[in-house]
Design a protein around this ligand. Structure first.
Ligand SMILES: Cc1cc2nc3c(=O)[nH]c(=O)nc-3n(C[C@H](O)[C@H](O)[C@H](O)COP(=O)(O)OP(=O)(O)OC[C@H]3O[C@@H](n4cnc5c(N)ncnc54)[C@H](O)[C@@H]3O)c2cc1C
Length: 396
């Protein structure tokens, strides 16, 4: 009888999106709330390994049922189709409508496809099937890209000199040496790295026969002369639901119409509540979050886990009548894989600016692999010990 009464008192939390942020939020909340996790897939995908999937790694996902076993979290294998903040309801494509006391919006991001396919809509890569457009691919269409690589050698152009583009070019050049790989970027490669870090990236790309072309502003994949193009330039938050429901998204109203490119991220306060709808918490790539030491958080797994954990902690605090704490986070390192045998560990200050010392070579590749494995370990640990958030690097 007492247990039933306690169950009734526990608030209903719906978590949208089962990536790093959503899984972390759901697992941390499970002992304190009735949690429903909405994500169409029964597998948790390690998105930071998608370039490995494109290169031929057979599996980068884990059974969601196993990860959630024993936690009491209900997984609804469906896509959220609409949000009704006034009714505190989420509609899904399986016909179920979920009512919530608090919502965690963690729908992540995807490569903005408009460069890969002129005329595509930002929602195009967020559909149920990862899309490829003729000879243009993105990280989300990694399985199709792998198939294309196996179909026969030719010229491959990776567009975008950020960390995803660098990892993609190195991985594909190493795993498919029969392809001629180029890396094209408008600025210089690895713009956020230290001089030593950039130098190491260049050395490895050179060793892998990747031709780097800097200062190349590419309008879209159609204008690239190659048999296959991998578009890695801009990430865009999965924001359709939020915009349709009237949530404030980035850029703020004062900058709308000024040409500042929208990231689609939802504007949040220091505790990660939507500024326009405070009963909605936002975590991971979907949140335009800031922290005093870090400044604006970039889209990263490194920020998705802590913001997922923080959103959950804030909801728990609120349910106890306390004011949620502001997010406390500082960056400390960037980890870059350069194929399976080399890498770059770039220490950074709390605000993500690079320090000059770096770790390179096989030791760096081993550290990067351990860091990637640790993300899944953190989630598994959070299922057993939800307060393990303190162990997440950069938190506090
Ligand atoms: C190739 C590659 C390499 C990367 N490497 C690194 C790295 O080394 N380090 C790093 O920090 N970051 C890295 N990143 C970035 C990192 O993967 C993302 O920042 C991170 O995945 C964001 O986590 P998230 O939980 O916010 O969103 P996501 O991981 O995008 O998860 C969102 C979830 O929401 C679900 N979803 C979407 N729409 C709906 C809907 N309508 N209804 C229900 N569910 C929905 C999706 O299926 C998905 O499961 C990399 C990204 C890529 C592509």
């Amino acid at each position: 009888m007492k247990i039933v009464a306690k169950q009734r008192l526990r608030q209903k939390v719906v978590v949208l999106g089962g990536g790093y942020a959503g899984m972390m939020a759901a697992l941390r909340l499970a002992p304190y709330a009735r949690v429903t996790l909405v994500d169409p897939s029964d597998r948790f995908t390690e998105r930071v390994r998608l370039h490995e999937l494109a290169a031929g790694r057979p599996e980068v996902s884990h059974s969601r049922a196993q990860m959630l076993r024993g936690t009491g979290i209900e997984h609804l294998a469906a896509r959220a189709t609409a949000l009704d903040p006034a009714a505190r309801a989420v509609h899904t494509d399986c016909g179920r409508t979920l009512l919530y006391d608090r919502l965690v919006y963690a729908l992540g991001s995807h490569t903005d496809p408009r460069g890969a396919a002129p005329g595509a809509t930002p929602a195009a890569t967020a559909g149920p099937t990862p899309t490829a457009w003729g000879r243009a691919f993105t990280a989300e269409s990694a399985p199709a890209l792998h198939k294309r690589l196996l179909d026969g050698p030719g010229a491959l152009a990776v567009v975008g000199g950020g960390l995803t583009g660098i990892e993609m070019a190195a991985e594909l050049a190493e795993s498919h040496p029969e392809w001629e790989v180029r890396l094209l970027t408008g600025g210089e490669i690895g713009g956020g790295l230290s001089a030593r870090g950039r130098a190491h990236v260049r050395t490895v790309l050179d060793r892998l026969h990747v031709r780097v072309e800097e200062g190349r502003r590419i309008a879209d994949a159609d204008s690239v002369d190659a048999d296959a193009v991998v578009w890695t330039t801009a990430l865009r938050a999965t924001d359709g639901l939020a915009r349709d429901a009237g949530l404030d998204t980035d850029p703020p109203p004062c900058l709308k119409g000024t040409g500042v490119p929208p990231s689609g991220r939802i504007r949040v306060d220091a505790a990660l509540r939507s500024v326009s709808h405070p009963d909605i918490y936002v975590a991971g790539d979907a949140a335009a979050a800031r922290a005093p030491r870090a400044g604006a958080l970039r889209m990263a797994c490194a920020t998705a886990l802590p913001t997922g954990a923080h959103a959950a902690g804030a909801i728990i605090a609120e349910s106890r009548g306390a004011e949620p704490e502001p997010l406390s986070f500082g960056f400390f390192v960037q980890c870059v894989s350069l194929g399976r045998h080399d890498g770059l560990i770039q220490p950074v200050r709390a605000d993500d600016t690079p320090r000059e010392r770096v770790l390179t070579g096989r030791p760096a590749a081993r550290v990067k692999e351990q860091v990637v494995r640790s993300t899944v370990r953190f989630l598994k640990l959070a299922a057993r010990r939800p307060d393990a958030i303190r162990l997440i690097p950069g938190v506090g």
